[in-house]
Write a protein that binds this ligand. Structure first.
Ligand code: HPA
Length: 264
């Protein structure tokens, strides 16, 4: 895989030969990295091939630790299309995870709730997605990977079943991924609902496609940080998103740790 750090470089930085699981943390969710791994972050700025996130609420550091005996790589913060990066750069965490030896990736994000059955502050499993970014990370990929990747089950049913066994009340929904950086208009949110979306955000879909292309099992978890535009009539703010993400971090951290503990 081109561009990212080599397996040896990751091993030297993390003092672990290889990793089994990767976790990518979205807006306001960086606290989960410390609770999962116990700390010792390496700033992305010190790692050649990992882009530095400039979005507020994204720490921009790599953590490594043992979770239930499995070596786990945690990306606290990611970069986005709206920062001006292309689809390959945006998916670098997932490619780095594959290089590090991971066979499972847990993608998290902050999302707006479209389905009124969701509650602000709750985690919601991603059952499927609508890639409405107009981008695809496999366009022009230099690797000898197939382009025509099957996306019938992007988000592993098996991993979702494990997550629900830990928290039976967990909801599932379809995540619509848009470019941003603006939030949606109420008309766009009505359109997204008509298209079958339950959640909306500005990340995850390209990473999930890359994960499938690299045969990584993927679990997607959104934290509903707000209701999408027009649903309550209240204006949206990034501070509210970050705050709700922070509040949900403890619950998200235990859910992720529980899933990793049950991985085979
Ligand atoms: N829309 C898009 N992205 C988001 C939202 C939203 O309402 N909330 C958090 N990320």
């Amino acid at each position: 895989m081109t561009g990212g750090p080599t397996r040896d470089a990751i091993a030297a930085l993390t003092e672990r030969e290889s990793h089994r699981v990767a976790v990518v943390l979205g807006s306001g969710l960086s606290d989960v990295a410390r609770s999962l791994t116990g700390g010792n972050p390496v700033p992305y700025a010190d790692i050649a091939g990992i882009p530095v996130s400039r979005a507020a609420g994204h720490e921009g550091a790599l953590y490594s630790g043992e979770v239930a005996g499995l070596a786990t790589l945690v990306f606290a913060g990611r970069v986005h299309l709206y920062e001006g990066h292309d689809a390959r750069v945006v998916t670098s965490a997932v490619r780095t995870a594959a290089t590090a030896g991971c066979d499972t990736v847990i993608l998290t994000n902050a999302a707006g709730g479209i389905n009124k059955g969701l509650q602000v502050g709750d985690p919601c499993l991603i059952s499927d997605h609508l890639n409405l970014t107009g981008h695809n990370p496999l366009v022009g990929a230099e690797d000898a990977r197939p382009h025509f990747v099957d996306l019938t089950e992007v988000y592993s049913r098996e991993l979702r079943t494990i997550a629900r066994s830990l928290d039976p009340g967990l909801k599932e929904g379809v995540y619509a991924g848009l470019v941003g950086p603006t939030y949606e208009t109420p008309a766009e949110v009505r359109m997204l609902r008509t298209l079958g979306a339950d959640l909306v955000g500005m990340s995850t879909v390209l990473e999930a496609i890359t994960a499938r292309a690299l045969s990584l099992r993927t679990l997607g978890i959104s934290i509903v940080t707000n209701f999408a535009a027009g649903i309550t009539g209240e204006p949206l703010s990034h501070d509210e998103v970050k705050e709700a993400g922070k509040k949900a971090s403890e619950r998200l951290g235990s859910l992720i740790a529980g899933v990793i503990e049950r991985l085979r």
